[in-house]
Design a protein around this ligand. Sequence first.
Ligand code: ADP
Ligand code: MG
Length: 235
Amino acid sequence: MKVLSVVNQKGGVGKTTITFNLAHFLVEAGVKTLVIDMDPQSNLTLSVLGEIPEKDTSYEMLIDGSLPIREGELFDFVPASLTLFTAEPRLHSAIAKEFRLSRALTKFENKYDIVLVDTPPNLGILTINALTASNGIIVPVEMGLYSLAGLKHLIEILDELQEYLQKDIEIVGIVPTMYDKRITLHEEVIEELRKMSFKIFPPVYRRSAFQYSRLKDFIYLLITIYVLKSSRFIL
Ligand SMILES: Nc1ncnc2c1ncn2[C@@H]1O[C@H](COP(=O)(O)OP(=O)(O)O)[C@@H](O)[C@H]1O
Ligand SMILES: [Mg+2]
């Protein structure tokens, strides 16, 4: 079982959209997939369940070590809840607070091929739990002026964590998002990204009418194929 988190400390860059689509394509490809929503805003949970539950969520998983999986029509899922907003203060002086997700997942080592984790727009304890549990991450990067600085900061945190944990957390790829090829700045950001030594996925165009549930999308399929191809890493 490999754990793959979708991470960027900025909001609105496409983390939840990528998680949702990737999960679909992985399930279609026959990969045993568990999806976990670690974002208190619960956007993914709302699109998967149609509501935000009050209990049996990733909050309980962090606090008491349970892993309340719902066997959904789409994929197996651990929802988030608004209570997750209180997890950070609640865990403040808790033991091994960075390792709660990692610990909970050990019970499912043989049940899933891959665990996908959607993370909140910050580098707080919830994201650190996701990173600590991860073998790899996918980083959506929006085509803005400050995106590259944000990415560098994330890489610094990741390096520090890898050093501390003595474990590899691979950047599986960067996904340029909200892309518009008519905007020169967007081209420049892509150029800068290409200079870095990471796999850069094909850009996801900004579309005027867009829903999470938009599936059969070619770009997401490409991302999934790449994730599967690096299956020595993933499976
Ligand atoms: N390619 C796209 N074009 C236009 N809007 C998009 C696109 N991808 C995602 N969105 C929308 O942008 C918003 C932020 O995306 P989301 O995946 O929720 O980002 P994050 O999880 O990083 O906050 C959502 O309303 C989503 O529907
Ligand atoms: Mg989100």
